[in-house]
Design a protein around this ligand. Sequence first.
Ligand code: IPE
Ligand code: IPE
Ligand code: MG
Ligand code: MG
Ligand code: MG
Length: 302
Amino acid sequence: VPAAIPEALTAPLASIEDALERGLASLSLAKSLDEAIRYALLNGGKRVRPLLAWSACEALGVPGAASLPAGTAVELVHAFSLVHDDLPAMDDDELRRGRPTLHVYAGEAMAILAGDAMLSAAFDVLVRGAPTSELAARLIRELAGGAKGMICGQVYDTLGFSDERPDAERVEAIHRQKTGALIRAGCRMGAWCAIAERRGGSLPESDPPELGAITTYAEGVGLMFQIVDDLLDVEQTTELAGKRTGKDADADKLTWPGVFGVEESRKMVERLRNEAERAVVPLGERAAPLVSWASVLACRTA
Ligand code: IPE
Ligand code: IPE
Ligand code: MG
Ligand code: MG
Ligand code: MG
């Protein structure tokens, strides 16, 4: 995490790491599987999704710790998505977070199985960690929707589309789904944790307007996050990114800079950052961390 990130934003990291560690320990998995998941989950991710869930929870006036089951679950799905994304049949990458990918470290079968296990563990964590079954059901629905979106996005990214449409539409659909869907789910789950906490555990009949603000924010940041990822693939070194860069063009991926150019991609990042920031203005001062996250993620270098 670069030094430029305000300390208040990363203060929840210790609690998040602890929750991930405890979540994994509580699963009582086969030893080799536990070790593989430990390798993929606990070493060096930025934890963007749980941090956003935390800040979304606080933006609705509830201490961020209430978001930890949500953050743990969404990070498990994210870690699963990376392990499978790197597989030889997918992006075929050998470096992740500055280390060999899981299939290089533990073999392809174990990487497939560890991904499967992380996806199902995420839902187990929600059922056991949410304070009420009503909230658990809501979080499960959000996460299932996020996982579905991510997987559909990966299908488009890897296998293409079955209909004709311009590249500009294609790349937006890919990015909103493969990356945006889980970021959206993480933010909304953090918000739901806050909404439930404020009402003593129960949920309202209809969606509160604050959820709409969080959703608009999350969709902007989610798309922006993948555009920045594409830009880093073009402009960043493998060493600093901790994963192989310059690979999207070789693999003939549909990317934002590939379709619109680097300059236009940078402008789009700025537009999306502004949109996201504007969306949470109605939430007031408590949304300041979300506003800061939008700029930090727009300018990130890894
Ligand atoms: C990488 O996600 C894959 C994308 C969805 C762009 P992150 O950049 O959040 O990866 P980690 O978890 O910090 O390694
Ligand atoms: C990641 O997209 C999307 C996922 C759902 C994991 P990329 O394939 O661009 O992510 P990196 O660059 O390998 O991290
Ligand atoms: Mg990929
Ligand atoms: Mg990849
Ligand atoms: Mg990438």
